[in-house]
Write a protein that binds this ligand. Sequence first.
Ligand code: ADE
Length: 228
Amino acid sequence: MIGIIGAMQLETTAISEVLTEKQRCEYAGMTFLSGKLNGIDVVVSTCGPGKVFAAVCAQTMILKFHPEYLINIGVGGAISPSLHVTDLAVATSTVQHDMDTSPLGDPKGMISQINRIHLPCDPALIQAARDAMADLGLKGEFGVIATGDQFVDSVELKSTLQSRFGAIACDMEGGAIGHVCFINQVPYIVLRAISDNAEDGAPVSFETFAVSAAAQSVKLLTCMLKKL
Ligand code: ADE
């Protein structure tokens, strides 16, 4: 069983629609749709925006469906200057950029208790994503995805995410799913396609390109699953 999580319907519909042998159940107001995708057992859920929804969804999936690994798909904002709308940003690790216990002496982004900033993605999943991107001839980058409970639309925050964490892209769920996967020892990866440049004009770009960008992340996921 493979768990697939997207924050918005527009990020998950294309997968949900092609599932066969569908079974639906609900926990915490979220729908979990299980079935087969090209013969592979998967469970798909649309969690809602932000870290809390994402964490609840990931933990529920792990406890109720026991997935071998979790894949977070969807759209993100570009931090790397070489990423453009509909390009792919694949996480090698995630960070929670709004986690801040620095007044207590920790570095910014440090998750106390587990004492780490970076939540590493699974090497086999990263390799499968590299192979799928090469096969499909899709353009993109691999690196750190920075997660926080905010839609990033300023040059200042963008450059902080780049200089502090080495981020290539930002989102609002990946690092929460990474956190849940880390404490449950479940391998995970985040596949994002760029909908905006996370600065001036980002909300309009997001509205315009979210659907076409989301389709790219689904394309990558579908090809990747065949390699696992
Ligand atoms: N998802 C898509 N674009 C984003 C942005 N600019 N900030 C956070 N999450 C996003």
